[in-house]
Design a protein around this ligand. Structure first.
Ligand SMILES: [Zn+2]
Length: 234
C-alpha cells in the first residue's frame, strides 16, 4: 500500500507474511521495493536477484508466474516477510528510510512455532531488526545473507554460495528428508537437553572445529553443512 503524502516523503506499509504451519526458514527483507508494492509481490524488481538466487539454490523457475513461485517456496518450508511494518521512504533505497515501525515478531513466532531459522536479506534488514525487535533468536538463527538488492554489487555466484545455506536447513542431501535439525555445540543447558529429547536439535559436543557438521538428518542420520563463513546478527 502506498500513500503519497507529498513529493518527497511516502508512507509505505509492507505485506503480510507468506508463511504456513510447516515453514522452517524465515527470510526477512527490510521493506518491499516500489515495484513490489505496486505489484503486491515479494521481490518484484526485475533487477533484484532474489528469485534468480532461489532458482539456483532450490530449482524454482524464476519465469513461473508469481503465485506459483510463492507456493513452491512455501511448500519447500521457506517463509517470507519484512522486518518493517511501515516507514517513510522517498524511493526504494533502504538508506533513506525514516519513521520506521517494525513488524510484530513476537506474535509471528507464537503463531508459527515451526520456524527454526531466521535469515536476513542484507545488513539493513538485520540492522533494523536489531534496533527495533527485542527478541533473542535461538541459534542457528540470525545469519545475515548478502543482500539480493542490485545495490549490493558482489557477484551473483558469491550470493548464491552464501544463500545455499538455506537448502542445508530444509532437506537432507543424502535421503531428501525434511527432518533436518541443527547440531548445537558447546556446553548444553537444560533446555538444550529437552530440545534434543524432542528431536528438535542434536548435541554435537563441547568444542566445534571448522570441519564439524552444522546439520543432521533425523531420518538417515547423515550430517553435513557448515556455518563457518556465516555473518551473524551481533
Ligand atoms: Zn537423510
Amino acid at each position: 500500500m502506498i500513500k503519497e503524502t507529498n513529493n518527497v516523503k511516502v508512507h509505505i506499509e509492507s505485506f503480510d507474511p507468506e508463511i504456513d504451519d510447516n515453514s522452517k526458514v524465515l527470510i526477512l527483507g527490510t521493506m518491499p521495493s516500489k515495484e513490489s508494492l505496486n505489484k503486491g509481490e515479494y521481490y518484484a524488481n526485475p533487477r533484484n536477484q532474489f528469485w534468480p538466487i532461489i532458482s539456483s539454490v532450490l530449482g524454482i523457475n524464476p519465469e513461473l508466474p508469481y503465485p506459483e513461485r510463492r507456493t513452491l517456496l512455501i511448500k519447500s518450508g521457506i517463509a517470507l516477510w519484512d522486518v518493517l511494518a511501515s516507514c517513510e521512504r522517498p524511493d526504494s533505497s533502504d538508506s533513506k528510510i525514516t519513521n520506521e515501525v517494525a513488524n510484530n515478531f513476537k506474535e509471528l513466532f507464537e503463531d508459527y512455532k515451526s520456524i527454526r531459522y531466521v535469515f536476513f536479506n542484507g545488513t539493513n534488514a538485520a540492522g533494523f531488526f536489531k534496533k527495533h525487535v527485542a527478541i533473542e533468536l535461538p541459534f542457528p538463527s540470525g545469519i545475515i545473507l548478502p543482500s539480493t538488492s542490485p545495490a549490493h554489487t558482489i557477484t551473483l555466484e558469491k550470493k548464491v554460495a552464501a544463500w545455499s545455506i538455506i537448502k542445508d536447513c530444509i532437506a537432507c542431501p543424502k535421503c531428501g528428508s525434511d527432518m533436518v535439525v541443527p547440531i548445537i555445540y558447546g556446553m548444553p543447558n537444560h533446555e538444550a537437553f529437552e530440545e534434543e529429547t524432542r528431536g528438535e536439535i542434536r548435541l554435537g559436543g563441547c568444542c566445534v572445529g571448522p570441519d564439524d557438521p552444522a546439520f543432521a538428518c533425523n531420518s538417515c542420520d547423515h550430517e553435513w553443512g557448515t556455518l563457518e563463513n556465516c555473518k551473524w546478527l551481533g
